[in-house]
Design a protein around this ligand. Structure first.
Ligand code: KMT
Ligand code: NI
Length: 173
C-alpha cells in the first residue's frame, strides 16, 4: 500500500497521478479509512467475523475476464460515489487504486496490491480504478446480501443521513 495526493492533471485515470505528496496511515485513519495487510485468509476471516461480515465474493477486473464491457466498467467504478454501508476490499492479485476525498476536496490515491485490505467508512466519497496493468482480483465482503448500491455524488447527497454522519465524525471540527 502506498498513498499520496492525486495530482488532478489530465490523463488516463489508470496512470499513477502522483503529486509527490505522501499520505500515511494515520492520515487515512483520520478520514475513517483503515488499512490492513493479510498474507493469508486467516486474518481476513477473523476481521470479517469481528465486524459481522457473513458473505463475500470475488471479482476479477480485466479485459480478459470482462471482454467488451471492461472499459465501461472501469469508467463506472471511477464515478465519484458513496455507500450507506462500509466497503471492504481485499486484493488477491494485481493492483488497483482507490481514491478517497479529503476535507479539502483533494483526492488521496491509495495504491493497493496483493494481500492489502482496505475499509472505506460509510458515507465517504470515493472511486476506484485499475492501473496500467489492467488487472485486479479482489474479494468483496458483505454483511448480508451482496449489495453495494453506489450513490453518485450530487449536491442533494449532502443531505443524506449517512453522509451527514460521516462528515460529523471525520470532517468537521
Ligand atoms: C468498487 O467498489 O468500486 C469495486 O468493487 C471495484 C472492484 S473491487 C476492487
Ligand atoms: Ni464504492
Amino acid at each position: 500500500m502506498r498513498a499520496y495526493i492525486y495530482d488532478n492533471l489530465p490523463g488516463d485515470q489508470r496512470l499513477p497521478h502522483d503529486s509527490g505528496r505522501a499520505v500515511d496511515v494515520d492520515e487515512l485513519r483520520g478520514l475513517g479509512v483503515l488499512y490492513y495487510r493479510f498474507p493469508s485468509l486467516e486474518g481476513v476471516d477473523k476481521l470479517a467475523a469481528e465486524r459481522g461480515y457473513k458473505n463475500r465474493d470475488e471479482i476479477t477486473v480485466s479485459p480478459e475476464k470482462m471482454g467488451d464491457i471492461y472499459e465501461d466498467k472501469v469508467k463506472m467504478f471511477f464515478n465519484e460515489h458513496l455507500h450507506e454501508d462500509e466497503e471492504i476490499r481485499y486484493i488477491r492479485g494485481g493492483q488497483g487504486y482507490f481514491d478517497v476525498r479529503t476535507r479539502d476536496e483533494d483526492w488521496v490515491r491509495v495504491q493497493l496490491e496483493k494481500d492489502d485490505l482496505l475499509i472505506l467508512p460509510a458515507g465517504i466519497y470515493h472511486r476506484f480504478t485499475t492501473d496500467e496493468s489492467n488487472y485486479v482480483h479482489a474479494m468483496r465482503l458483505f454483511k448480508e446480501d451482496p449489495k453495494w448500491t453506489p450513490l453518485n455524488r450530487c449536491p442533494q447527497l449532502d443531505d443524506n443521513a449517512v453522509r451527514k454522519e460521516y462528515v460529523g465524525q471525520f470532517l468537521s471540527g
